[in-house]
Design a protein around this ligand. Sequence first.
Ligand code: SAM
Ligand code: SF4
Length: 332
Amino acid sequence: MTKAIYDNHGRRISYLRLAVTDRCNLRCFYCMPEQGITYVPREDLLSYEEMLRLVQVLTTLGVDKVRITGGEPFIRKDMPDFLRALSRMEGLQQINITTNGTTTAALVPELARMGIHSVNLSLDTLDKDRFFEITRRDSFEQVMETFHLLLEHGIKTKINAVVMADKNIDDLIPMAELTRDLPVSMRFIEEMPFNGEGQHYDKLYWHHANILAHLKTAFPTIEKIPDPPASTSYNYQVPGFKGSIGIIAAYTRTFCGTCNRIRITPQGSLKTCLYDNGVFNIRDLMRAGATNAQLADAFTEAFQNRAKDGWEAERRRGFDRPVKESMAKIGG
Ligand code: SAM
Ligand code: SF4
């Protein structure tokens, strides 16, 4: 029988987003300050063994889908070995990866062989110079190579673009245009203040409704298509186009009512909401000698005290701890 675990608001928890490192080779404007962030000391990072163990415990509770993220996951040594071990884990139905694509190209055939379900590729522009301006690194060509290889190998591919005032608004329509001939899901994400510095805007102008209105100027026939269960994106398609377009209200938080996801940070902090401050540290429990049953109990208890939505989670942090940590420390 399939196990299922529910939170205190009746939402099933089935999806883990695991940030395997906080290290990254890019410095995206919306994620990190130019000088980077202070990395977690190596010994404080979860080991691969610890990650496999916690995923296995979560599968016994009914988690059947995992996303590997970071930092940049492929910066961590021996990542393919870890993915291979994960792909053999019983109870796990789906492994997805979010990557910046800078060092991923050579691994794409191997990812296809392992049966990786989908890859989200972060790409905010189709212009090489603008790519440099946003990421502060010159890796546009490598990312595009990864993109084409993912499609060639038949891996389900989504492109994640953060929408930033004065940075990439001119890219929105050309990026949506990619869906005309390619079977790709082009997703536009509201910018959140997880950048290591704090809010970039007094008021977010490029929220989901304005992103859609902007797309409609070029694609007036764009139409709503059904959203998958527990989806964070509102999904659309231009009739006749091969791909689809998603808009993610990450800042305005309109999707919390069906949220099925939890996060574990590179140093083992469990977040039951993206906007919370971490509810307990699973690494500390494991290193203190907890049994699998005790780990499962700790997860179960945390799921019974989940914030109703991202606004409540943010309030619980307290006003003295506003959201401003880098997304590389959380996983996105
Ligand atoms: N390094 C990988 C990458 O860039 O794909 C994985 C980690 S990255 C933190 C995960 C996702 O978070 C990326 O798609 C990125 O665009 C998104 N992200 C990072 N900072 C963000 C922010 N402040 N607002 C919205 N999305 C953000
Ligand atoms: Fe690195 Fe991803 Fe953050 Fe960009 S969004 S700095 S690629 S972790």
